[in-house]
Design a protein around this ligand. Structure first.
Ligand code: URA
Length: 239
């Protein structure tokens, strides 16, 4: 179940803010009943009608795998007019990124107009694994690695990495390349995790997302996901 305004926005009909206006002004019907309360929960199977039009029917689903370049923002619009990841994808459909990578983070990002799949991928109960490669200031000590492996409280919630590996050390520059595997999807989680043990992240790339990687895509390149891949992603939903 999802909030009505989110389902409307995810259908590509309009933005979430406009959807809220439509709901409160009595223009939205769910399964034939007028709904004016924001936050009403609906499922993707419910029939939503706005101004006489069924908005969530027969919209072909699109799925893209992007190798996000640095200096692109994951929101759909930016008040500072920075470039958006969506602008890199050549489609007239209103797609959006599944989760967020920071402006300066590179790597694997899925974009779609399939709200149901986006939900599955982002829901913590489905434990979707992501592998990040971080270049950090300084070297992790064995104690710090132990601490990270035990789990670190970030903003009041424990973050429990599924694995951490040192890939490379640069003794001259006093930096280290670290691979970290997480099922967490909170914003800035990798940077916060390393910061909690006293290391700044200088560079960050998402290398893997579940079984997907971007090895064959140059920075800024994208491809569509195959039906087989989409089905495999749907199967990540915990039974
Ligand atoms: N963690 C971060 O700190 N930044 C990202 O972009 C993704 C995960």
């Amino acid at each position: 179940m999802e909030r009505l305004q989110k389902v409307i926005a995810n259908s590509g009909y309009t933005s979430r803010r406009k959807a809220e206006e439509l709901i409160t002004s009595g223009k939205v019907f769910v399964n034939g009943k007028k709904v004016t309360e924001l936050g009403t929960k609906v499922s993707y199977e419910d029939i939503i009608i706005i101004n006489g039009e069924v908005i969530n029917k027969d919209i072909p689903k699109e799925y893209y795998l992007l190798n996000k370049p640095r200096n692109y923002i994951c929101s759909l619009k930016d008040e500072k007019d920075r470039k958006t990841v969506v602008s890199l994808i050549d489609t007239p459909t209103r797609i959006y990124p599944v989760g967020r990578l920071d402006y300066d983070t590179t790597g694997l990002l899925i974009l779609t107009n399939d709200g149901e799949l986006a939900n599955i991928l982002m829901h913590p109960s489905n434990n979707v694994e992501k592998v990040y490669i971080a270049k950090i200031e300084g070297m992790l000590t064995p104690d710090e690695i132990k601490e990270i492996n035990k789990g670190i409280i970030i903003d009041g919630i424990k973050c429990h990495p599924k694995g951490i590996k040192i890939r490379k050390k640069d003794l001259d520059k006093n930096t280290e390349i670290v691979e970290i595997k997480l099922v967490e999807g909170r914003n800035h989680i990798v940077k916060k995790l390393f910061s909690a043990v006293g290391h700044e992240v200088i560079k960050l790339k998402r290398e893997q997302y579940a079984f997907l990687n971007v090895k064959d895509l140059a920075s800024g390149e994208y491809r569509t996901l195959s039906l087989k891949e989409v089905k495999k992603l749907y199967n990540l939903k915990s039974k």
